[in-house]
Design a protein around this ligand. Structure first.
Ligand code: GRF
Length: 197
């Protein structure tokens, strides 16, 4: 049975594109929906070009009403019956109630070597700490932010003249390798961590 994958984005959707392209041909899963909380997210256009159904749930009208935003998001997700939800550059923090509905079926990519640097500004924090390396992690989404079981990591050296931007640029291609590799394993029930390179 081919699993259905919904992908949540907020921005350019480069990880979404890598995931969608990885599911072409022989693969246990297929993309069924791309949802953004940002109406003008470049990733929506990218998904349309790739022929994937898209939707937008603008979080702004909901203000502080997280439950209201998530109810609208849940309705759209349920209408497309995904088996797996991939957060890919999705920049809204999800409440424990929402996560509970998808726990065990929801993944996220985070630009740090978890458990280091949960939250934001990960590359700046790694550089400021004088770390020798940085990278990205794919993890199961749980109620605690960026704290679920790690299903894959890619690591690379931090160079002496790295800035957060140069580091992010060098890590992004690794994200595009890692997330599809983790999804392929996850879709067949294999939770063995993917370690790159
Ligand atoms: C990526 O660095 C990812 O790690 C983070 O959001 C950034 C942008 O992702 N979660 P994308 O290009 O929108 O996929």
């Amino acid at each position: 049975m081919t699993l259905r994958v919904a992908i949540l984005i907020s921005g350019g959707g480069s990880n979404m594109g890598a995931l969608v392209r990885s599911m072409e041909g022989e693969h246990p899963a297929r993309p069924c929906l791309v949802v953004s909380n940002v109406p003008l997210a470049g990733g929506l256009k990218k998904a349309e070009t790739l022929g994937i159904p898209t939707a937008c749930v603008d979080h702004r009208p909901f203000g502080a009403d997280r439950a209201g935003f998530e109810a609208a998001l849940q309705e759209i997700l349920e209408a497309h019956t995904p088996d797996i939800v991939c957060l890919a550059g999705f920049m809204r923090i999800l409440t424990p109630d929402f996560v509970a509905r998808w726990e065990g079926r929801m993944l996220n990519i985070h630009p740090s070597l978890l458990p280091k640097y949960r939250g934001l500004n990960t590359h700046a924090r790694a550089i400021a700490a004088g770390d020798a390396e940085a990278g990205c992690s794919v993890h199961m989404v749980t109620a605690a932010l960026d704290a679920g079981p790690v299903l894959g990591q890619a690591r690379l050296p931090i160079l002496p003249d790295d800035t957060p931007d140069t580091l992010a640029i060098r890590i992004l291609p690794f994200e595009h390798q890692l997330y599809p590799a983790v999804l392929r394993r996850f879709a067949i029930g294999d939770h063995t961590p993917v370690i790159l390179p």
